[in-house]
Design a binder for this molecule. Structure first.
Ligand code: FRU
Length: 509
């Protein structure tokens, strides 16, 4: 067996959660309880590939450092434990609590195996913990909600206090029908149908891992909207897996979307860019939010991968990682609410500024930053005034070709560029290093970004195998995996043509 130090290999992220060993996918059961954030996740405890699906478990007090815990809910010969959520059952509505301590209740999908009398079905089940998440017991009355469907999964449950009453609400999917189905319950044990949303907007793949939550617009508690998150795979904006969202209202029974562009199943994908997307990159999937987060914060985590090639990404005893935690808010832009995202930033507290540049003209071509500004784990804040330049941006993770000996700056690189002619920000990983493990991995992601007072603000988080870009204070994000050579650490400023200005730059490491 390898030691942990040996496992701390080339692509092991510093600030992104990965299991010490073996496979992970979706974040599950995100819940805050008694000062601890719990991150459960789809996990194969026995291999680097998808299978034996169980809930792995990690805990954190700061959303930055995660401590791996024993597997929380294990598969057995009758069922795999698919995605779901967890709640603090404060009033012990389920009756699982003991001695006045509220139980944690996990609501997960039982994916029944051929050995089960329910073989082939997916239904919703419960497990509970009376020791604050350390150990879990499956409820003897499982499943608690069965529609005799083969694709009914990924329940997200929250407590709703509204004009229609106070009760638990479940949002789950009928995946192949592109439907989000809503149910309510007084006790988590018995469920009553409320309504169905969809198909709408992106329908190019199965709908998975929904979420529904209320947010104030511009922080105004008297003006709120509901956000319905619907992950889908394939059919995401960048290809393969992606997360879309709808903004609207929820009356306790039905979600009414204000951002539906196209109703029904789409044969034509020409309106894709008009839908709401959580991320415009290839590697932010199954994103869902924490339940019970303090101070009304809405905190989300996505699986930093894509079903197109997740089984093929380079691995070394472990495979796949989560995104940074993101706080999402609604702000008013152009007279309507839009979602903005901000990373819970490990660099803010655990890194220092290693390099900075003041306002200066951008030279045509690539200007390499000095060695102290290079690295594989960096935060880069850059502000550009593109002016008359054709393109401006950053060259990231530049260095030698994979396997090459010398740091040849003409070699591999990942390019983040703003094209002034098309007003598009793009992240190009076609030459980012090891791109050959799957044919659909080399890609260029694009998102329309309007300059604000002639300016483009970028915050970029680099970790050992990922790039997360937050543009214009989180109005648009792009998340992509990259697998460069160890030597691929150089950072450059990019300009095409004269007339562009760098308004400022800071590098934290
Ligand atoms: C999403 C998903 C879920 C399912 C889980 C299985 O990535 O397909 O719909 O519950 O993964 O691992």
């Amino acid at each position: 067996m390898k030691t942990l130090t040996e496992l701390d290999c080339q692509y092991r992220p510093k600030w992104h959660y990965s299991a010490q060993r073996n496979w992970l996918n979706d974040p599950n059961g995100l819940v805050y309880s008694n000062g601890t954030y719990h991150l459960f996740y789809q996990h194969n405890p026995h291999g680097e590939e998808w299978g034996n699906m169980s809930w792995g478990h990690a805990t954190s007090t700061d959303l930055q450092h995660w401590d791996e815990q024993p597997v929380a809910i294990a598969c057995d010969e009758q069922e795999a434990i698919f995605s779901g959520s967890a709640v603090v059952d404060v009033h012990n509505t389920s009756g699982f609590g003991a001695g006045g301590v509220p139980p944690l209740v996990a609501i997960y999908t039982s994916a029944y195996s051929p050995a089960s009398p329910l073989a082939g079905r997916q239904a919703q089940s419960l497990a509970y913990s009376t020791d604050d998440g350390a150990t879990w017991t499956k409820y003897a009355g499982n499943p608690v909600l069965d529609r005799a469907s083969a694709d009914f999964r990924d329940p997200k449950v929250f407590w709703h206090d509204g004009a229609a009453g106070s009760y638990w609400v479940m949002v789950a999917v009928e995946a192949v029908h592109h439907e989000v189905v809503l149910y309510k319950s007084a006790d988590l044990l018995t469920w009553e149908y409320l309504s169905t949303f969809g198909p709408a907007n992106a329908t190019g793949g199965v709908w998975e891992c929904p979420d529904l939550f209320e947010l104030p617009v511009d922080g105004d508690a008297s003006n709120t909207r509901w956000v319905l998150v619907v992950n889908l795979s394939p059919g995401g904006i960048a290809g393969g897996s992606g997360g879309q969202y709808f903004i609207g209202t929820f009356d306790g029974v039905t979600f009414h979307s204000e951002t539906t562009v196209t109703d029904g199943v789409q044969a034509d994908d020409s309106r894709m860019a008009d839908y709401g997307w959580l991320d415009w990159g290839r590697d932010y999937y199954a994103a869902v939010s924490f339940s019970n987060a303090p101070d009304g914060r809405r905190l989300m985590i996505g699986w930093m991968n894509n079903w197109q090639y997740a089984a093929s990404t380079p691995s070394d005893g472990w495979r796949s990682a989560m995104s940074l935690v993101r706080e999402v808010r609604l702000v008013c832009r152009g007279g309507r609410p839009v979602l903005v995202q901000e990373a819970v930033d490990p660099f803010h507290t655990h890194a220092t500024e290693v390099f900075a540049l003041d306002r200066q003209p951008l030279a045509d071509g690539v200007t390499w930053l000095p060695a102290e500004a290079s690295g594989d784990v960096l935060r880069i804040d850059a502000e550009f005034e593109p002016g008359a330049a054709g393109r401006v941006g950053l060259v990231l993770r530049a260095g030698s070709e994979p396997g090459g000996e010398s740091a040849d700056l003409a070699g591999a690189r990942t390019v983040l560029a703003y094209d002034c002619r098309t007003a598009e920000l793009s992240l190009d990983r076609t030459e980012s290093g090891n791109v050959g493990f799957h044919e659909s991995f080399p890609s260029v992601e694009r998102v329309a970004v309007a300059l604000e007072d002639g300016r483009l603000r970028l915050r970029v988080f680099l970790d050992r195998c990922s790039v997360e870009v937050f543009a214009q204070d989180g109005l648009a994000t792009i998340t992509d995996l990259v697998f460069p050579a160890n030597s691929g650490t150089a950072v450059g400023l990019l300009a095409e043509g004269e007339g562009g200005t760098l308004a400022g730059l800071a590098v934290l490491a």
